[in-house]
Unconditional design. Structure first.
Ligand code: NAD
Length: 490
């Protein structure tokens, strides 16, 4: 059994939340702060019985929750968002402490976004049943029937944002959920259960099972009672999840890693591009959608390097709980070693270090914002996701070359293209990716689709794409003329 965790006076349960109750495990695991390695507490590790109980609870709650309809669910979900808002400081401190996310970003960006993830989809669901397709012979009423129990598996780099981004549309459209939070950053998901509880969500509608991926997560995704699996995480884990899902023919949505291009065309505003370029070190580079592969036109390469070097030199690396900090820690010693391994191998392969390239003296889980160049296109540092503050730069001589380089990895998640608008648009249109920002970054509207191509994912979430995924789409067909049964009829 694990004790209650306290973060700056805010209590956080270490336990699962199943059928409207906190449930403890006999087995626990440690969670600690990446800034100073201080142990924050121990978390219940979900055993088979907890996963089974959570899915059973979600299954039992499903008919009642689905029957409420979108209008009936709306007040519950609005209260859920309000309860998240009431706990804003607890959420912000929890994720700053266990994941190392900037406290200021939690307060001003992520917690408000988590609330919106719930309310936006809850309101949008009101119009879900309105879609009608009319042809000469029939009226098709397109129904979005809730699918059932949805498993939600989230990674450690943005656990609160991602849990609500998935639970929002799943719940709004009448499903019940079982969330398996990341073992390296479990605290904010636990707080979500407090908010759901205070909002009066019926028992079993919203469940959380804490635990390790290889045990708790694997048990959950193998459960044949699931109707959907929504997974965000790494490519190797996604293959395991997809294999488990395939065994039961459960549809799954996979949001995975990337090595997205950051293209700087010769007519780009270099100051703007350099300022945005430095944002790739946000969250210590542990951001799936970051443009980590810089492709810079050879004619402006030196000028761009000097501008970005100047911005990066002023980045404040430090404690994410300090409002001045811009770049925080790497989540876990294992991830630090992974990042260091990429850096050592890049150097061994002959890459030139433009800046950084060493561990940062702020603490053992810190790495300097780093940029490599002079690398072959097939080098590991160009082709593989590092998921740390390590970027790589290549040059190109023509748009065709830029596009060919941008499309030369196995990934296809995001992209950024700086240049004169029409020029950037032409290039962006030819990049093989799920989304690409022109002269901007991180604009994420909830109505828009999000997801990746190639090894970056399968399926899209966001807006109507979330509802299409979390629902069984049904066509109710009424003929315009009386139907005459005939074997000759089409
Ligand atoms: P991960 O794949 O190691 O773990 C993700 C989640 O899966 C965790 O909750 C983990 O416990 C669970 N898990 C592990 N093994 C499992 C199994 N066998 N069955 C079921 N669940 C299992 O990923 P991570 O290291 O936590 O996250 C980093 C990765 O996530 C990066 O590759 C990053 O690019 C990606 N990511 C993608 C997006 C996106 O939207 N495309 C967003 C954020 C992060």
């Amino acid at each position: 059994m694990a004790d209650m965790i306290h973060i700056d006076g805010h209590p956080i349960s270490p336990d699962h939340y199943i059928n409207g109750r906190r449930v403890a495990s006999s087995e626990t695991f440690e969670t600690f702060c990446p800034v100073d390695q201080k142990v924050l507490g121990r978390i219940s590790a979900g055993l088979d019985e907890h996963v089974d109980a959570a899915v059973s609870a979600a299954q039992a709650a499903f008919p009642g929750w689905a029957a409420l309809g979108a209008a009936g669910r709306l007040p519950y979900l609005e209260r859920f968002a309000e309860e998240i808002g009431k706990r804003e400081e607890a959420f912000a401190l929890a994720e700053a402490n266990d994941a190392g996310v900037l406290l200021s970003r939690m307060r001003h960006g992520i917690v408000p976004r988590a609330m919106l993830n719930i309310t936006w989809f809850a309101k949008e669901a009101l119009t879900l049943q309105d879609r009608v397709i009319e042809t000469t012979q029939a009226i098709h009423q397109v129904r979005h029937d809730p699918a059932g129990v949805c498993a939600i598996i989230t990674p450690w780099n943005s656990p609160l944002m991602l849990a609500t981004w998935k639970a929002g549309p799943a719940l709004a459209s009448g499903n019940t959920v079982v969330i398996k939070p990341p073992e390296w950053a479990p605290l904010t998901t636990s707080l979500l259960a407090d908010a759901a509880d205070a909002a009066g969500l019926p028992p079993g509608v919203f469940n959380i099972v804490q635990g390790m991926g290889a045990t708790t997560g694997a048990r959950l995704v193998a459960d044949p009672r699931l109707a959907r699996i929504s997974f965000t995480g790494s490519v190797p884990t996604a293959k395991l999840v997809a294999t488990a899902a395939a065994a039961n023919l459960v549809p799954c949505s996979l949001e995975l890693g990337g090595k997205s291009p950051f293209i700087v065309l010769k007519d780009a505003d270099l100051d703007a591009a350099a300022a945005t370029g430095a944002l790739m070190y946000r969250n210590a580079g542990q951001v799936c959608l970051a443009g980590t592969r810089f492709l810079v036109h050879e004619s402006i390469r030196d000028a761009f390097v000097e501008k970005m070097r100047a911005v990066v030199a002023n980045l404040v690396v430090g404690d994410p709980r300090d409002p001045a900090t811009e770049v925080g820690p790497i989540i876990h010693p294992r991830q630090v070693e992974r990042v260091a391994g990429f850096v050592e191998r890049a150097k061994a392969a002959g890459a030139t270090t433009l800046w950084g390239g060493e561990r940062h003296d702020f603490g053992p889980q810190y790495f300097q914002p780093t940029m490599f160049c002079d690398v072959a296109n097939d080098a590991e540092i160009v082709q593989q996701e590092v998921f740390g503050p390590v970027l790589v730069m290549q040059t190109f001589a023509s748009d065709e070359e830029a596009i060919a380089l941008a499309n030369s990895t196995v990934y296809g998640l995001g992209g950024i293209c700086y240049g004169e608008q029409a020029h950037a648009q032409t290039v962006a249109d030819q990049v093989r990716t799920g989304f690409i920002w022109i002269n901007s970054f991180t604009i994420r509207d909830l109505a828009a689709p999000f997801g990746g191509r190639g090894q970056s994912g399968v399926g899209r979430e966001g807006g109507e794409w979330s509802f299409d995924f979390f629902c069984d789409v049904k066509d109710v067909i009424t003929p315009k003329q009386p139907f005459k049964a005939s074997f000759a009829h089409r």
